[in-house]
Design a protein around this ligand. Structure first.
Ligand code: BTN
Length: 235
């Protein structure tokens, strides 16, 4: 269960950094939200530009935080976003592991951060950035979109957050097999090609623990989430 406590800030450097620094004192499921971030971070050490008008929040997870369950959180978070969008009449898909796309443009991104060993993680923080009211993306305009651009209406960031919390909590209580099946049905990467370790592979499947299975005529490879970037996908 998430969202029983919501900590709101006008400005933070990064909600993930705040959650990490204060992890010990924050309760399971606390959401840390900021209107703006000055040092928002994305995956692969990229900057996440975080001006006012969009949603930037982090979820503090303390329940069952083992490496084995990490992909469960990835799929629940991604699907919760897809369901929120669906409720607004926007059809979205998931680019493994956790980019949310509408008509191939990114509308939301998820940065899961954790540390620890194979059996026990010290912390798990899920950072979510959702483009809500942004209408211009400059050099990213071919690759990014927002709720506002898709619906042509001003959207309430609080409503999007509350809907996200609702869907996240519903999915957390569902059978994981159903969540996983739903995640796979929304995933756009299966059958696509990528270059990995200088070899071309086809993405064959994603296991329930998030391991991705690659194959070419000569080799099969199993790769974990953090070891692969699917930025350059092709048919
Ligand atoms: C991505 O690269 O797609 C992930 C972007 C995640 C951005 C969010 S915004 C809230 C949280 N705080 C951060 O600094 N990053 C995440």
């Amino acid at each position: 269960m998430i969202g029983s406590k919501i900590l709101r800030f006008d400005v933070l450097e990064s909600t993930n950094d705040f959650a990490k620094l204060n992890y010990e004192s924050l309760d399971q499921g606390t959401i840390v939200i900021a209107t703006k971030q000055t040092k928002g971070r994305g995956r692969n050490n990229k900057t996440w530009k975080s001006d006012q008008g969009n949603l930037y929040f982090s979820i503090v997870l303390k329940e069952d935080i083992s490496l084995k369950r990490l992909f469960r959180y990835v799929s629940i978070t991604s699907l919760a976003m897809v369901h929120v969008l669906d409720n607004c009449g926007i059809k979205a898909s998931i680019k493994y592991p956790n980019d949310i796309l509408v008509n191939q443009k990114k509308i939301a991104g998820i940065l899961i951060e954790s540390a620890g060993n194979l059996t026990n993680l010290n912390y798990v923080i899920i950072g979510v950035g959702i483009n809500v009211n942004q209408t211009s993306f400059n050099e990213l305009s071919e690759r990014a979109t927002s709720f506002r651009l898709e619906t042509e209406k001003q959207c309430s960031v609080d409503r999007v957050l509350l809907q996200f919390i609702h869907h996240y909590n519903m999915l957390s209580e569902a059978e994981y097999q159903n969540v996983y099946d739903d995640y796979i049905s929304k995933s756009i990467v299966l059958g696509k090609k990528i270059t990995y370790d200088d070899e071309e592979y086809t993405i064959r499947s994603i296991d329930m623990d998030g391991v991705i299975n690659l194959e070419n005529g000569l080799m099969k490879k199993r790769v974990v989430m953090n070891e692969i970037s699917l930025e350059e996908l092709y048919d």
